[in-house]
Design a protein around this ligand. Structure first.
Ligand code: MG
Length: 462
């Protein structure tokens, strides 16, 4: 079976609806995942009990269509389905743990534009599939997927409590001072981009005593703007904060694993600050280091350093950060794109968790967000990409290391060269024939210079 135009990653598969992503393709992947999960859980289950898969989706227009396909495909391989409805992806991850399920499936293309949809595969641990699990699961795709006979078909049931449990888990974070947050009666401006955030964010903020002024709360998946919560897409939320004099603006992506902040001055402060400020709170209360990926801002070093901790860097990809957090027993981690992972809730990026931590910070510091942010250095980060050269990338990395002998090299994921005040990261994309070049320095000229030098070297070798 060929999958042209389909982006097959370690823990998911995505494509444009009606082009690469058809019901047939989704059914095949869902059945393969179910068969893989059932085989993996067979040893640990009581005889005669079928494997259960937790299923959730975001608000995308194509969600209900693919939902029906996924239910049938899972039934066909003898998996029971626990349907938790339209929910954030982190809610699916938590529900997998709660039900001790054999796996989870989230039907969501995360922050991708409206014409996309995708499946995200969740392991029994509640983490996304790692490279090894992903390869094993895909191994079943092209062979004969073992189907159930009429008397072994899976059964569909519903669980409507997953979001409520998610909220309770957040409010039960031991160091979260919910009373202090309630005492401040924060005015929060909220933008859920007509995604799944509307089913959890207002309820959580209400429990934290916030007054909420919200936009884009219809859960119909008709995104009114590009759904990625990067600063350039948050103009409407910035205006809302200003016109209502809100204390903070919160924006989440359609599947609610990324959180971006708008300051009390009505300015999107950049997603790097979400994890940095959340980490500041957690490191005050918990021992251990901060884990993030190799392409995340060095503001993480500033925050961890202030708490006397280290930053541990993992390869790009949420599951790589999560696995490293588990290995290092790290209390907090995530990505510079607004993805906050608090290990004592679960090892997945979780925007509602991030929002609670940010409100805790505002309540405990007692200063406006703009003032808190002003206390940190600003860096300039530039992301570039180019066609993958026709030479082995190892040669490119060797040449780069030779050209910059004074830098510290990290070779876990491509090549990252770091100095005390700047870094550049060159890595092949996992899903496209391109090389990404990301650089950060104290100012834009410094970052551009590093991009330029890396590019010149790549061009010369290609
Ligand atoms: Mg997302």
């Amino acid at each position: 079976m060929a999958y042209e135009g389909l982006m097959v990653g370690v823990s998911g598969v995505r494509g444009r609806v009606g082009e690469a992503l058809t019901p047939e393709v989704v059914a095949r992947f869902a059945a393969a995942f179910g068969a893989w999960a059932a085989a993996g859980s067979a040893g640990g289950r009581a005889k005669g009990r079928r494997a259960a898969i937790v299923l959730g989706r975001d608000s995308r227009v194509s969600g209900p269509m693919f939902h029906r396909v996924v239910v049938s495909a899972l039934q066909s391989v003898g998996c029971d389905i626990i349907d938790i409805g339209m929910v954030p992806t982190p809610t699916v991850q938590l529900a997998v743990e709660h039900h001790h399920a054999a796996g989870g499936l989230a039907i969501t293309a995360s922050h991708n534009p409206i014409e996309w949809n995708a499946l995200k595969f969740i392991a029994p641990s509640g983490l996304f599939l790692d490279a090894e699990q992903g390869a094993a699961m895909r191994g079943t795709l092209d062979g004969d997927i073992p189907r159930a006979t009429w008397d072994e078909l899976g059964v569909l049931s519903e669980d409507s409590e997953a979001v409520a449990r998610h909220i309770e888990r957040i409010l039960a974070i031991p160091f979260l001072d919910a009373d202090a947050i309630r005492g401040r009666r924060f005015h929060v401006a909220l933008d859920c981009v007509r995604g799944a955030g509307a089913v959890i964010m207002p309820a959580l903020l209400d429990r934290l005593g916030c007054r909420v002024t919200a936009i884009n709360m219809e859960t119909d998946g008709r995104f009114p703007r590009a759904p990625e919560p990067v600063a350039e897409n948050l103009g409407e939320l910035e205006a809302l904060v200003k016109s209502h004099g809100a204390d903070v603006g919160l924006a989440v992506d359609p599947d609610v694993d990324r959180l971006a902040l708008v300051s009390d001055e009505g300015k999107a402060i950049g997603e790097d600050f979400t994890l940095a400020l959340a980490a500041r709170v957690v490191l005050e209360h918990r021992a251990g280091d901060l884990v993030t990926n190799l392409s995340t801002s060095r503001i993480m070093e500033d925050v961890a350093g202030a708490a006397g901790r280290r930053v541990i860097r993992a390869p790009v990809g949420e599951v790589n950060v999560a696995v490293r957090m588990r290995q290092e027993n790290a209390p907090i981690g995530g990505e510079g794109n607004g993805g906050v992972i608090l290990s004592e809730v679960h090892l997945g990026r979780d925007a509602p968790v991030g929002a609670a931590l940010i409100l805790h910070l505002l309540a405990s510091v007692g200063k406006p967000l703009s003032e808190i942010v002003a206390g940190y250095p600003r860096y300039s980060i530039i992301k570039d990409k180019l066609d993958r050269p026709n030479v082995p990338l190892d040669g490119v990395y060797a040449a780069l290391r030779e050209a910059f002998p004074d830098a510290t090299a990290d070779t876990q994921d491509g090549l990252r060269l770091a100095w005390s005040d700047r870094w550049v990261h060159v890595r092949p994309s996992g899903t496209e024939p391109i090389v990404r070049v990301i650089a950060e320095a104290a100012d834009e000229a410094g970052a551009r210079r590093m991009i330029y030098e890396a590019r010149a070297l790549l061009d010369r070798l290609a």
